[in-house]
Design a protein around this ligand. Structure first.
Ligand SMILES: [Zn+2]
Ligand SMILES: [Zn+2]
Length: 576
């Protein structure tokens, strides 16, 4: 059995255990084992099992190893089959409805005998669900909305998961003897915030069609659909989808461009080709008499159409072709331009690491400053700091900085924007911080006018340096607030408030679609990892991807400034 199939079975066991209300550690053990198994590069786990390699893997213990052994040797797990008879599989599907937790799923199952999302939808529509004790019409309506959301989004993955998936798929494709090289294309290459299918383009030494066909037979494949000319769509056992495009080396450039998209970019490029007497047919660029023109790589394709090279992140049909024609493309920000970050939590609030540990991790990343921005007192559920804890934290930061830690530690805060738009904490306390990130963490459901007024009032407070995760969306689970974002951006520009690009992969907010507008109005940006641990600092790179999609250059982002300029830049707002 292959790693993907084994990992899928282990994850199902974990889901069932959670649904049964078993000890959390038990399900976590199966989830960890699934993660560990996926790191093994092989089509068949039997040799690694026999050699003892699997037993050595971090994340696999004696119990999970026994399950893996059974799966590899017999293709099944009796434990999983047993769990299947105890709990309807449809309940696991209900877990994916946003806002529906295990406790409520159990009540629904026991109270109404429902065991699928389909049945749940019917009961929510015909009024049965509302009659369940402590449910009511409001809850039923919320669940219906959640089901609609699930339908629309269930095929999508967050960026980091898609990235990890693509690395596994790439490794498998590259291992094929006839594949010379393979790269990721599609929306993942364009660094979109959510990704549906993984596209891989492979340059092949021999007949691309037969290479594509051979992948349809690979282990872990549930179904494969060959689409001719070397393209095959592969559905894997765990629901992931791979679109594999196999081509010969001389067609690789155009094939990669095509598979990268987006559809609107592709359409505009074809129009440009036509207007210059060219055409793009399948993976070929052809001249006026239909003869194939040599295109060594993507750059050559853009050059042939009289365009500067367009980075994949910009290929969204938002003016990039006109800019490339006029040689006015932005010099996009890169990860190496970042000198430090400002949105980090420590164990003073809901972070896992101490300030010293966060500082050390920042230094290891080559940064020269790190801002600690714990939650304010109203965010009591996230361990928000009472005023005396702020004073103690500042004393600790002063001590740390005095000890020359190799990075400058800044005194920040992520202060709640209260329901009426006031900022949590008194002005005197706010004055003590180097900067203030103001964020909405409660009362998301205000009507559009009230929410907009709340946000505008917050931006008018001269203590506010940065507007945190401005739209409030949670990718694949919660839409942005109802808010007049244009008005918010215009006010931020007028008041000199920096807009955050929150780099938590669940947020990636400010939405990149607003960046060009905000930049044109004069807004500056801050890429914030919203790190709750040392590892969370790595989120920053996802934020860089979003900034690139938003056409941003290094000077647009305040945390590309060096340490000796950042404090002054952050204080500028308050002095206005
Ligand atoms: Zn926040
Ligand atoms: Zn935060």
């Amino acid at each position: 059995m292959d790693p993907r199939s084994v990992a899928h079975a282990l994850r199902q066991i974990a889901d069932f255990l959670e649904m049964k209300g078993e000890n959390r550690y038990k399900s976590a053990a199966y989830r960890n084992a699934a993660g560990a198994i996926l790191t093994v590069q092989t089509d068949d786990l039997a040799p690694a099992l026999a050699s003892g390699e699997l037993a050595e893997l971090k994340g696999i213990g004696p119990t999970t190893l026994a399950t893996i052994r059974e799966l590899v040797e017999s293709g099944e797990s009796r434990y999983l089959e047993q769990l299947r008879t105890e709990i309807p599989e449809g309940l696991l599907e209900m877990l994916r409805v946003p806002g529906l937790g295990i406790a409520n799923i159990r009540k629904i199952h026991e109270g109404l005998g429902l065991s699928s999302v389909q049945e749940l939808e019917e009961a929510a529509t015909d009024g049965r669900l509302a009659k369940l004790p402590r449910f009511g019409a409001g809850t039923a309506a919320k669940i219906l909305k959640g089901i609609a959301y699930l339908r629309e989004h269930s095929a999508y993955m967050l960026y980091p998961r898609a990235l990890a998936e693509s690395e596994r798929m790439l490794a498998a494709v590259r291992a094929h003897p006839a594949v010379e090289s393979a790269v990721v294309a599609g929306s993942l290459r364009r660094r979109n915030e959510i990704v549906r299918d993984i596209d891989v383009v492979a340059s092949c030494r021999e007949a691309p069609e037969s290479v594509a066909a051979s992948f349809a037979l690979a282990p872990g494949v549930r179904a494969a659909e060959e689409k001719g000319d070397g393209t095959v769509t592969i559905r894997l056992v765990d629901g992931s989808v791979l679109d594999l495009h196999c081509v010969t080396a001389d067609r690789f450039g155009v094939a990669l461009w095509r598979a990268t998209g987006s559809a609107s970019h592709e359409r505009e490029m074809r129009e440009r080709a036509t207007s210059r007497g060219f055409s793009i047919v399948k993976d070929e660029l052809r001249d006026a008499i239909g003869a194939r023109m040599p295109v060594s790589d993507e750059r050559a394709l853009y050059a042939a159409l009289g365009l500067a090279y367009i980075e994949p992140e910009l290929r969204e049909g938002r003016g990039e072709i006109a800019a490339a024609a006029a040689n006015k493309l932005p010099t996009l920000i890169e990860a190496g331009d970042i000198h430090g970050v400002l949105h980090c939590h420590s164990d003073y609030s809901d972070g896992k690491a101490t300030i010293a540990e966060m500082a050390k991790a920042a230094r290891a990343l080559g940064w020269t400053y790190i801002g600690i921005s714990d939650h304010s007192q109203s965010a009591f559920y996230a361990g928000g700091l009472k005023p005396d804890a702020v004073i103690a934290q500042h004393a600790e930061i002063d001590r740390l900085n005095a000890g020359n830690p190799g990075v400058l530690v800044l005194k920040g805060v992520e202060a709640d924007i209260l329901a009426d738009g006031q900022i949590d904490y008194d002005p005197e306390l706010l004055d003590r911080f180097d900067y203030v990130i103001a964020s909405v963490h409660s009362r998301f459901a205000l009507d559009r006018d009230t929410m907009t007024a709340r946000m505008l009032r917050a931006l008018d407070d001269s203590h506010v340096t940065i507007l945190g995760h401005p739209t409030g969306r949670l990718l694949l689970s919660r839409d942005a607030y109802a808010i007049d974002m244009e008005a918010v951006i215009a006010r931020a520009a007028a008041r000199g408030v920096v807009l955050e690009i929150n780099a938590d992969p669940h947020r990636l907010d400010l939405d990149w679609r607003y960046c060009q507008l905000a930049k044109s109005l004069g807004c500056a940006f801050a890429i914030g990892p919203d790190a709750h641990s040392a590892r969370g600092l790595a989120n920053t790179d996802y934020g860089v991807g979003i900034a690139r999609k938003g056409w941003l250059e290094a000077p647009d982002v305040v945390n590309t400034l060096p340490a000796d300029q950042i404090v002054e830049r952050l204080r500028r707002r308050r002095q206005k």
